[in-house]
Design a protein around this ligand. Structure first.
Ligand code: B12
Length: 240
């Protein structure tokens, strides 16, 4: 697949409002820091029955970043096993898979969000593809949208020339890092992300669901989980 085709694919992805797309080389993604940190082999086996099979000989990934503005918190609300932001990204991914086949005869596969189901570590992939950098809040910081993005990937059988990582974008270097103080469980207080502390807060969010402005069919208040986003909102990038 040529440079021109890769450009066309990115342009097709970006026809969707609030979406930016970039390409990563699968080999680079599977070699990225998250894969070095977590041994995926053992728990791939544990979750074997729910993991999808990847297209044979896939070489590239299209990484999608969806702007998740503060005014649309409902994109992240967990309801009936999913969020509307996730559903939207699935719809876009599937439309792009169809477009690649129809327009270029190229096979592609929309990957799930969860790594144990066959997804990839999306922040690493997005960083390699030049959609942003990893900030001190342990989130991908997009130059325009800040950490207010949600990510997804599409596996592509052909080789597409990868996009380049960002250069000269170091948003945390002169920042007072308010994210470190924002976490109610101090998951960032030691200077690096402490996952068990973050999990405590998210567990509490799961227990303390909020009422959505809509009753369900039986007239009962509709409850959803609104995950904590304090480390995200503390970041000054993307707030203008
Ligand atoms: C499991 C998971 C969680 C778990 C554990 C998180 C964790 N980091 O361990 C829990 C439930 C706690 C969680 C919490 C949150 N999550 Co979460 N989570 C995921 C998931 C499914 C996998 C992440 C994972 O396990 N990573 C592996 C661990 C080992 O790595 P890590 O801690 O992220 O750190 C690695 C990177 O920072 C990387 N890295 C560091 N520097 C560099 C530099 C370069 C060049 C590269 C390539 C990589 C790199 O190396 C580190 C490991 O060594 C991803 C979706 C996906 N498929 O990737 C979403 C995801 C990361 N989560 C997301 C979000 C938004 C959140 C929350 C804000 C909650 C919320 N409102 O949804 C918090 C934020 C916590 C935080 N500050 O990190 C978004 C992040 C968007 C963004 N802008 O980055 C993702 C991408 C999902 C999405 N919807 O798009 N999450």
């Amino acid at each position: 697949m040529s440079d021109q085709n890769a450009k066309e694919l990115i342009a097709e992805a970006e026809k969707w409002e609030g979406i930016q797309g970039r390409i990563a080389d699968i080999a680079d993604v599977l070699n990225s820091p998250s894969y070095q940190t977590v041994s995926t082999e053992s728990w791939r086996d544990e979750h074997a029955e729910q993991t999808i099979q990847w297209l044979h000989n896939a070489r590239s990934l299209l990484i999608l970043a969806m702007h998740h503005p503060k005014e649309k918190p409902e994109l992240d609300w967990f309801d009936r096993g999913n969020t509307s932001g996730n559903r939207w990204l699935t719809k876009i991914s599937k439309a792009l898979v169809e477009w690649l086949d129809d327009t270029h005869g190229i096979k592609a596969q929309a990957l799930p969000y969860q790594v144990e189901k066959g997804g990839v570590y999306l922040k690493d992939a997005a960083c390699l593809a030049g959609l942003g950098v990893i900030g001190k809040n342990n989130l991908l910081i997009h130059p325009e949208w800040g950490p207010h993005v949600r990510l997804r990937s599409v596996l592509i059988q052909d080789y597409l020339p990868p996009s380049r990582p960002l250069e000269n974008f170091n948003p945390c270097s002169r920042c007072a890092m308010p994210c470190r103080k924002a976490c109610p469980e101090n998951a960032l207080a030691q200077g690096r992300f402490h996952r068990p502390s973050c999990m405590l807060q998210l567990e509490s969010d799961r227990t303390n669901k909020i009422e959505r402005n809509k009753d369900d069919a039986e007239g009962s208040p509709h409850l959803v989980t609104a995950w904590c986003r304090r480390c995200e909102f503390a970041c000054p990038v993307g707030t203008y």
